[in-house]
Design a protein around this ligand. Structure first.
Ligand code: SPV
Ligand code: MG
Length: 431
C-alpha cells in the first residue's frame, strides 16, 4: 500500500478536510499530521481545543489510518520519518506565504521520487461560517483573557505589537510572514498610552480618560482575537485602580501594566529631561495588592513596571523594587530603559533571574532596538513589546502624502504608494 500524507492545522473537521481525505484514500493509506500548539500559533491561530483532543478528533475521521505529530511547520522531520509516496494539500498553498511550504515539500519528495497532490481548495459559505465561529470563540472574554498566560507557557518569547484602533488591530491580527522557512506573526497586542493618546491628538500624560481608553480596547476587540496587554500608566489613585482592574478583566483584557510613578506622569522616553516622580515602594506595593485583591479570575495579570533606570536611580533600586513588587503579588515585571545599549536591561534580567526563575519579565525595546528576540529570551525575557512602531511608521507616510498632494495639486503622484482602492474597500470583511 502507498502512503499518503497530509497535515491538518485545524480544530474542527469540515468538508474541506473530508474532501482531502477522500481524495487521499484513492492513492493509498492516509496518514494525517497534527500540528502542535507551538507550531499552530506561529502559522495559523490559537487552537480552541487542546492538542490531545485535536489528535483524537482526527484519529476518528473515517479513512484516516494513523495520526502523527508534526511539531514544525516545515515537513522535513515528518517526511524523513514517514517517507510518504504522496503529500496532499489544498491547492491554496500554491501562492502566498504557504508557497514556501509547498516548495519545501516538493524538494524533500524529489529526493526519493515522492509526489505532491494539489487538491482543489474547498472554500464555500459553510466553511467560511465555521471559520468565523472559531474566531468569534477566540475573541470571547473568557477565552481571550487567559490566552496570555497560555502563550507564556508555549512561546520562548511573546511578541507583542502596539494597537490603537480597529485598523491597527487588524494589522496585529492578520500580519504573517514567511522568512527563511520560518513563519511568524504577533502573539499579543499592546494598547499603548502613548499611541492611544497620540491618535487622539493628546499628550501622553494620563489625559485621555479611562472611558476613552476602554473605547479603544473595544474597537480593537471587535476585529481581533489575540490577547491584549493594557498600558495602565500609573494606575491612578488606588481607589480608582481597583475599578480599572475589574473593568479590564470583565472585558477580557489579559494584563495591565502599571508604572511606579506618581503625580503628573510624562512619557518615560523623556527620562530626566522632564520632572517625573517615582512612587515609594510601600505605596506602589499597596496599589498592586489592592488590584490583586479585587481580581475575580486567575487569568488576569497585573504587571509592575519599574522606572528606576529611566529616572537614573540605579540597578540596585530597580532590583529591590522588582523583588518587592513580586512579593506584593505582581504577576510580572516590566523593566524599562531609554539607553540605546541594552546592557543595563540585560544586567537587570540576569540578576533578577538568579533569584527568580519564573516571574515573567517584559521589555519595551524602543531605544535599545538592536537586540533581537532570541537574545532577549536567552536573558530570561518573556514578553517583548514593540510599543510605538506602527504609529511612528504611519505618521511620516501620511504626512508625505499630504505634502505631495499639496505640491502637485492632485493625487496621481502619490498613487503608487497607496493601497489600491479595490483593496481598501474589501479590507474589512462583512459578517
Ligand atoms: C507606551 O507605549 O505608552 C509606553 C512605553 O508606556 S514608553 O512609551 O516607552 O514609555
Ligand atoms: Mg505608556
Amino acid at each position: 500500500m502507498k502512503k499518503v500524507y497530509t497535515c491538518f492545522c485545524t480544530d474542527v473537521i469540515h468538508e474541506g478536510h473530508t474532501n482531502i481525505i477522500n481524495l487521499a484514500k484513492q492513492y493509498g493509506e492516509v496518514y494525517v499530521g497534527v500540528l502542535t500548539d507551538e507550531a499552530m500559533i506561529k502559522f495559523n491561530r490559537f487552537p480552541v481545543i487542546p492538542f490531545e483532543e485535536r489528535m483524537e478528533m482526527i484519529k476518528n475521521v473515517d479513512g484516516v489510518k494513523e495520526v502523527v505529530v508534526q511539531s514544525e511547520i516545515m515537513y522535513d522531520k515528518v517526511i524523513s520519518q514517514l517517507k510518504p509516496d504522496y503529500v496532499i494539500h489544498g491547492d491554496n498553498w500554491k501562492s502566498g506565504p504557504m508557497k514556501a511550504i509547498r516548495d519545501n515539500v516538493e524538494k524533500l519528495l524529489s529526493n526519493y521520487g515522492g509526489q505532491i497532490i494539489d487538491a482543489p481548495y474547498t472554500f464555500n459559505e459553510n466553511v467560511r461560517r465555521i471559520d468565523m465561529k472559531i474566531k468569534e470563540k477566540l475573541s470571547m472574554p473568557e477565552y481571550r483573557r487567559k490566552r496570555l498566560r497560555q502563550l507564556l507557557e508555549l512561546c520562548p518569547i511573546v511578541k507583542t505589537i502596539e494597537v490603537h484602533s480597529g485598523l491597527t488591530g487588524l494589522i496585529a491580527e492578520k500580519t504573517i510572514v514567511e522568512h527563511d522557512g520560518e513563519f511568524n506573526q504577533f502573539d499579543a497586542m499592546w494598547v499603548s498610552s502613548l499611541c492611544d493618546s497620540t491618535a487622539k491628538g493628546k499628550p501622553d500624560i494620563e489625559l485621555v480618560d479611562m472611558t476613552s481608553r476602554f473605547r479603544t480596547i473595544d474597537d480593537v476587540m471587535e476585529v481581533t482575537t489575540k490577547p491584549i496587554i493594557f498600558d495602565g500608566d500609573t494606575g491612578g489613585l488606588t481607589e480608582h485602580f481597583v475599578y480599572t482592574v475589574r473593568s479590564l478583566e470583565r472585558m477580557g483584557v489579559s494584563a495591565v501594566i502599571i508604572e511606579d510613578k506618581t503625580g503628573l506622569k510624562k512619557n518615560s522616553l523623556f527620562g530626566t529631561e522632564v520632572e517625573q516622580t517615582q512612587d515609594s515602594i510601600e505605596h506602589f506595593c499597596s496599589k498592586i495588592e489592592a488590584g490583586k485583591k479585587v481580581q475575580l479570575t486567575d487569568d488576569f495579570m497585573i504587571i509592575a513596571r519599574i522606572e528606576s533606570l529611566i529616572l537614573e536611580q540605579g540597578m540596585e533600586d530597580a532590583l529591590t523594587r522588582a523583588f518587592a513588587y513580586v512579593k506584593a503579588g505582581a504577576d510580572g515585571i516590566m523593566i524599562h530603559s531609554r539607553k540605546k545599549d541594552p546592557a543595563e536591561i540585560l544586567e537587570f534580567c540576569d540578576t533578577f533571574r538568579k533569584s527568580d526563575k519564573k516571574t515573567p519579565i517584559v521589555v519595551v525595546p524602543s531605544s535599545f532596538n538592536v537586540i533581537t528576540e532570541d537574545e532577549l529570551a536567552a536573558h530570561g525575557v518573556n514578553i517583548v513589546i514593540y510599543a510605538n512602531q506602527l504609529t511612528r511608521s504611519a505618521f511620516p507616510a501620511m504626512e508625505q502624502t499630504a505634502k505631495d498632494i499639496l505640491k502637485y495639486h492632485r493625487a496621481k503622484e502619490v498613487d503608487s504608494r497607496l493601497l489600491p482602492i479595490k483593496d481598501i474597500i474589501s479590507l474589512i470583511e462583512e459578517l
